[in-house]
Design a binder for this molecule. Sequence first.
Ligand code: PEP
Ligand code: MN
Length: 334
Amino acid sequence: MLIVMDKDATEPQIRAVVAKINNLGFEAQPMPGGERVAIAILRNPGPVDPALFVDMAGVIQAIPVSRPYKLVGREMKREDTVIHFPGFDLGRKHFVVMAGPCAVESEAQALAIAEKVKAAGARVFRGGAYKPRTSPYSYQGLGKAGLEILKKVREETGLLVVTEAIDHDSLRLVAEYADIIQIGARNMQNFSLLRCAGRTRKPVLLKRGMYATLEEWLMAAEYIMSEGNAQVILCERGVRAIGDHARNLLDLATIPAVRRESHLPIIVDPSHAAGRRDLVPPLTRAAVAAGCDGLIIEVHHEPEKAMSDGAQSLYPDQFQALMEEIKSLKPGGW
Ligand code: PEP
Ligand code: MN
């Protein structure tokens, strides 16, 4: 249930509603944004009687929430969430491109790629320091040394950085070093990791699991939000499909479907959907046309030497050309 307060509601009136919710044994979570305060009731085992609240001073409405995802859903918050970064926003028509290699391999590699993607218009540098690899014998990333390199990239280029946390130890460090914490497809239902990410105050980029339904994905976002972190960015990266013409099946329907169900921004990762660089530009165009709020794209200056995902990494000049195209698809800027 969502308790909507009058826009002139006083602090004591809001406190009284919060106290009543707590006294019932539930959790009260004030919702950010909007011109009036709304208070979500969480952890109620069954339906809550609206009559308990509608007569209280300052309350204008008690709205039952039908979806299992409460904080993530549009029922709780009608307007799109905007994530604020130093110098730019993401969401509600503010389009952001994140780009960089699959993995941070060396300072020289990261800086070389960062300069290129920045020149082409990316605002955020991506690069894994902790890599969740299918094989334990594949490159696992530089770990903390990789985070130090990402810090250097931010200092030298002014780009923000996004990088993946794969477990609790890496999450602690990623939360310290990165501007955005990435939770990968393989960890989308690692509920204790989601809770920990929810206890940080950094934006979280939550990839869709490769077998996850829309509801499971939104419930994963709910885990993060239920711990008090409202800054969640959803990322569609394709789901398992038949055939091997592409690595995954990019599910473009999630863009309008997420928009219908949730106020959270949704970006698209065409690289992990494609698995090969020639498919990245058409998938990118389709994602932009379907109305995503941003992109995360793998770029490598020497993809033939890349430690991971070289085959799907764009050359910097291809990325630049793609960025020019995107700008023409989004007249009025981004
Ligand atoms: C990645 O972004 O490098 C990655 C591993 O992606 P995903 O979790 O989508 O497979
Ligand atoms: Mn990758």
